[in-house]
Design a protein around this ligand. Structure first.
Ligand code: Y43
Ligand code: MG
Length: 198
């Protein structure tokens, strides 16, 4: 089985990559499979820049091809926040529940039509001695006033996908992987780098 390393410590992302890549014949390794790998500082100004920082740092460390994912929630009524700061929106501790509470509080009094948002995902592939490639995927939705659903991770319970009439957290993992920003970006990656994932 071919191995692919994803430079993430997020178990929600890790499960999604496993579910998407295992049927394509890959064994997925993430940073959760290794001890003591330091966090790569996300000092970029865009999802792409942060994905490149993570992919290149871990590729250099392992001497291998590495894919990194930088993603987040962009809310129109909040001028694009939490955006690249999604993981630590309510504080350094990276707490999904606190992050959701903060977004809901900031949107109190904002009516449904103005609660549009999108999930964004930049994937970067770092190949030793080659130029790093990036792709980008988005998924449009609306922020509800309360949580719904048990699946997924992060902001999924408050992100309503209009065409599915469900929140991301009400979709099964398979259903989420058919429409998500992450799966769209991965499909683009297959087009850009067919030798890697084809
Ligand atoms: O499908 C998603 N469904 C719900 N929430 C999501 C999704 N995709 C990203 N998100 C949220 C989670 C986290 O608050 C932030 C990602 O931040 P991001 O820095 O890319 O990841 P992270 O720090 O959790 O792990 P790592 O950097 O090790 O990959 O956006
Ligand atoms: Mg991060």
């Amino acid at each position: 089985m071919k191995e692919v390393v994803i430079a993430t410590k997020n178990s929600g992302k890790a499960k999604e990559f496993e579910r998407m890549l295992r049927p394509r014949g890959f064994e997925v390794k993430t940073l959760l499979d290794f001890d003591d790998i330091e966090d790569v500082e996300e000092t970029g100004k865009t999802f792409e820049e942060n994905a490149i920082l993570k992919a290149e740092a871990i590729s250099k460390l392992f001497g291998k091809i590495v894919i990194a994912d930088d993603s987040g929630l962009v809310v129109d009524a909040l001028d694009g926040r939490p955006g690249i700061y999604s993981a630590r929106y309510a504080g350094e501790a990276k707490n999904d529940e606190a992050n959701i509470d903060k977004v809901l509080e900031e949107l109190v009094g904002v009516n449904e039509e103005a609660r549009t948002a999108r999930f964004c995902c930049a994937l970067a592939v770092a190949v030793p001695s080659h130029e790093t490639k990036t792709v980008f995927g988005t998924c449009e939705g609306v922020i509800l006033q309360e949580r719904r659903g048990q699946y997924g991770f992060g902001y999924d319970p408050i992100f309503y996908v209009t065409e599915k009439r469900k929140t991301m957290a009400e979709l099964t993992p398979e259903e989420k992987n058919q429409i998500s920003h992450r799966s769209l970006a991965l499909r683009k990656l297959e087009e850009v780098l067919p030798d890697l994932l084809g």
